[in-house]
Design a binder for this molecule. Structure first.
Ligand SMILES: C[S@@+](CC[C@H](N)C(=O)[O-])C[C@H]1O[C@@H](n2cnc3c(N)ncnc32)[C@H](O)[C@@H]1O
Length: 349
């Protein structure tokens, strides 16, 4: 009997190869994502992780322990891996030599990039791993050591991505960052995108490519939500129900690297930065018990690789307020606050 044991790198390669095949079974993919969680947890054991989140000028950096668990938001992880893989293949068509990729908010496992590395050569990818928490960088170093992927890593960076700059003129072919929650609330995705997109080379890609926020009238309790602790669907809702019963109210905003080409104008009020978003008119209630104004988030990672309501915690619906007949026809003004707790704000005129 052979005593051959696959290395961590070989196991990562086998798991990721399976995950990237659209035709492979969802159930098997979920089991393999649990396996991935085990593989990216160092065999030497997880060092004491800071259970504290950090409240920064432009949003909350969740704790290292919580960042680790994001992998288990399974459809999120899967769709990000698929989208990032395709974006790398597309960039590789035009780039000779390694792609320089900055992964901002890599967490202690490097979840969205490390599993992809064994599918390429170090000559294809040079990765810069950045996180605010020193424990995250210590964790990700350990993972790289155990999976023998050092040759793919250019730098480990402990820094705040909302203010990080380079003094050596380095630009990136791709920047990957997922530091967000539903509705772009709480975490600093907006400020990270605003600060880092100038570090892209011309034609470079910022992933996710687009995060769209829309509001609709609906019945909040009937909308599908993924629990933020267990990452399971809290309630089963048939997709047809949602489409039939929602009344679209308006598109508020799309966050992408292009958001910053011509603005948006940033205002300051009491030391808080904010941007103005479109005003809408509150429509007539088409169903009396579907009167909740709810914020919906769609994340397009790359190409067709998208996360919609009910797919992940980061695309769960966010309740704003319950409208009444008296609100019909009144203006509803939105803005986005960029402070320690970023969020959508609104006023009813
Ligand atoms: C939602 S977790 C995602 C972890 C991992 N990338 C994943 O997708 O599974 C966000 C990560 O971003 C980091 N982070 C949050 N704010 C940051 C900031 N301002 N600068 C650098 N890293 C930040 C957190 O420490 C955390 O590791």
């Amino acid at each position: 009997m052979s005593d051959y044991r696959p290395s961590v790198k070989e196991k990562l390669e086998a798991i990721t190869t399976y995950l990237l095949q659209p035709a492979n079974g969802q159930r098997e993919k979920e089991i393999l994502l649990n396996g991935l969680y085990g593989l990216l947890t160092p065999r030497e054991g997880v060092e004491a992780e800071d259970p504290q989140r950090m409240d920064l000028k432009y949003g909350v950096a969740i704790s290292t322990a919580q960042a680790r668990r994001c992998l288990l938001d399974k459809k999120r992880t899967l769709v990000f891996l698929q989208g990032i893989f395709e974006a790398i293949l597309e960039l590789k068509k035009d780039v000779n030599g390694p792609l320089h990729i900055l992964y901002a908010g890599c967490g202690p496992m490097g979840t969205l990039m490390i599993p992809l590395l064994p599918l390429f050569l170090p000559e294809d990818i040079q990765l810069y791993l950045l996180d605010l928490h020193p424990e995250a960088i210590r964790g990700v170093r350990q993972v790289i050591r155990e999976s023998e992927l050092h040759d793919y890593i250019e730098e480990y960076i402990t820094a705040d991505a909302t203010t990080y700059t380079r003094t050596d003129g380095r630009k990136f072919h791709m920047i990957v960052s997922e530091a967000m929650d539903a509705g772009l609330h709480a975490e600093p995705q907006f400020a990270i995108t605003r600060n880092l997109h100038p570090l892209l080379m011309p034609g470079g890609k910022f992933l996710p490519e687009a995060i769209s926020l829309n509001v609709s009238l609906t019945r909040y309790e009937k909308e599908p939500r993924i629990d933020h602790q267990t990452f399971t669907l809290e309630n089963f809702v048939h997709k047809a129900w949602c489409e039939e019963k929602r009344t679209p109210v308006g598109h508020l905003f799309t966050l992408s690297k292009d958001t910053f080409n011509a603005g948006p104008e940033v205002f300051t009020d009491n030391d808080e930065e904010y941007i103005k978003l479109p005003a809408v008119t509150i429509p007539e209630l088409s169903h009396k018990d579907h009167a909740d104004m709810v914020l919906f988030t769609t994340v397009r990672v790359f190409g067709d690789h998208c996360l919609y309501t009910g797919d992940s915690a980061i695309t769960s619906p966010v309740f704003l307020f319950t409208a009444t007949e008296a609100h019909h026809g009144r203006p509803l003004k939105f803005h986005y606050v960029i402070n320690r707790f970023p969020r959508i704000g609104f006023e009813i005129g």
